[in-house]
Design a protein around this ligand. Structure first.
Ligand SMILES: *Cc1c(COP(=O)(O)O)cnc(C)c1O
Length: 473
């Protein structure tokens, strides 16, 4: 089957036939077609080409997607239908407020739900992704410190953090200092103490962290940072591990971002759109981006632009409204109890899978995990195998590979997040595949080194693809 529709092109073929014109032809459409050299193919050829291409894609709708830290869960299709309703999809942000009441009301209530879930006072929906939320949150902290005349330029980040954390901190011009993890996978308190100083503006923390472990010393960590004059930033990209059970605000965090496209029912991958709303405690509310959504005493909703201390806008209008809409629908459908069940099932699934794999792969931090856990493939070095080889072999078994080689503190890391939406049978089938692969590694390592064997595209040269991308033919 040819991969390129241009290769199927044959001069004169078209996907349509129209009756003879009985009026003058302006402008001549076929000249346009020739000029840009579009492929000339019939309608069934076009349909088959793109349908076959789509079937070569792996997606959460076709299989298990245990991509750690990414929360690739199945999202209810009804929320997609709601977001496509023309009453929402065709709204224009410049419409008069009087005609946007429903949309504003939705954002007003979603803001309060997220504040309740996280223990924050107010939220902004402007940031378009998690990393964008991090940047926004740090700018808010910077504005807060500036107004107090505090000259702080350092952000502390644990060595287990997601790569976007140091990148966002660097974007604000701050110096990044790494904090070590201790033997239990949490923040090393002694190392933290040695790095705290009046220059520290914030500590950015993910909790549960990327190892899937809840920091047992979180209250002590937040006390130490606050005592030193810094604020606590919560990376809440994956709330599946604690939603409904622990509120970051109650454990001392001052600012949080959430990834609606991970935890709250917006599919992600493929470039978005996403949403990384940022929530803050009362002291930081004045700095939130403009506009905010408010309600007047008569119950009308309006946009508040007069906020003199605001950091300004970090994106156009109110962010990705339709992503917020999916989150709103999801939260209402689930209810408080449902969100707790989501967390329970995500944590149960992760621990069950961990239980099935324990003893087959090295487990550097052997503790009850939250939404995900991290295994190490470093013992397979003996067979001259890398974690990539395990990941590629999984594709032959019909599974998407977990996140690999991250977090950096685990050599040859396999970071597995099953999510709450997978069945026991799926988890068991996945565990069987990984166990089998470990056996193959010892008995027939070549099988892994050459994998994948059954995919439309075999192993690609990732470095070359990166350095010398061919984006069109
Ligand atoms: C996904 C993720 C981010 C970044 O979110 P984006 O929407 O991809 O920018 C940040 N932190 C953690 C822990 C994440 O898992």
């Amino acid at each position: 089957m040819s991969e390129l529709i241009f290769e199927k092109s044959k001069k004169g073929k078209t996907g349509f036939s129209l009756p003879e014109l009985d009026v003058p032809q302006t402008p001549p459409p076929f000249e346009v077609r020739q000029e840009i050299g579009l492929p000339e193919v019939s309608e069934p050829e076009v349909v088959r080409h793109f349908t076959l291409l789509s079937q070569k894609n792996y997606s959460v709708d076709t299989g298990f997607y245990p991509l750690g830290s990414c929360t690739m869960k199945y999202n209810p299709k009804i929320n997609e239908d709601l977001a496509r309703m023309k009453e929402f999809a065709l709204l224009h942000p410049e419409q008069p407020e009087g005609t946007l009441q429903g949309a504003l009301e939705l954002l007003y209530h979603l803001e309060r739900y997220l504040a309740e879930i996280t223990g924050m006072s107010r939220f902004t929906f402007q940031p378009a992704a998690g990393a964008h939320g991090e940047l926004t949150g740090l700018l808010l902290i910077r504005a807060y410190m500036d107004e107090r005349g505090e000259k702080k330029d350092t952000v502390l980040i644990p060595d287990s953090a997601h790569g976007t954390n140091p990148a966002s901190a660097a974007l604000t011009g701050c110096q990044v200092i790494e904090v070590k993890s201790d033997q239990r996978g949490g923040v090393d308190l002694e190392d933290l103490k040695s790095k705290l100083s009046p220059k520290v503006m914030a500590l950015m923390l993910t909790n549960p962290n990327t190892l899937g472990l809840f920091d047992e010393n979180i209250l002590e960590v937040s006390r130490l940072v606050h005592e030193a004059g810094g604020l606590l930033y919560y990376d809440g990209a994956n709330l599946n591990g604690i939603c409904g059970y622990v509120r970051p605000g109650d454990t001392g965090f001052d600012v949080v971002h959430l990834n609606l496209h991970k935890t709250f029912s917006a599919p992600h991958g493929g470039g978005g759109p996403g949403a990384g709303p940022v929530g803050v405690k009362e002291a930081l509310v004045p700095y939130l981006p403009v506009p905010t959504v408010e309600r007047n005493p008569e119950g009308k909703f309006y946009l508040q632009w007069e906020r003199p201390k605001s950091i300004g806008m970090v994106r156009s209008f109110l962010g990705n409204f339709l992503v917020a809409l999916k989150a709103y629908a999801y939260i209402l459908t689930m209810g408080g109890e449902g969100l707790k069940r989501m967390t329970e099932d995500a944590v149960l699934n992760a621990n069950y899978l961990l239980h099935l794999l324990r003893g087959h792969y090295q487990l550097p931090y052997d503790r009850i995990c939250k939404h995900e856990f991290v295994l190490s493939t470093s013992p397979l070095k003996e067979y001259n195998l890398k974690v990539t080889d395990v990941a590629k072999r999984l594709l032959d078994y019909g599974f998407h590979a977990p996140t690999i080689a991250f977090p950096l503190i685990v050599e040859g890391a396999l970071m597995i997040e099953p999510t709450e939406t997978e069945s026991k049978e799926t988890l068991e089938a996945f565990a069987r595949a990984l166990i089998q692969i470990e056996e193959e590694a010892r008995t027939n390592p070549e099988l892994l080194r050459e994998a994948p064997h059954n995919t439309p595209v075999r192993r690609i040269d990732e470095v070359a693809a990166n350095r010398n991308p061919i984006l069109k033919k």
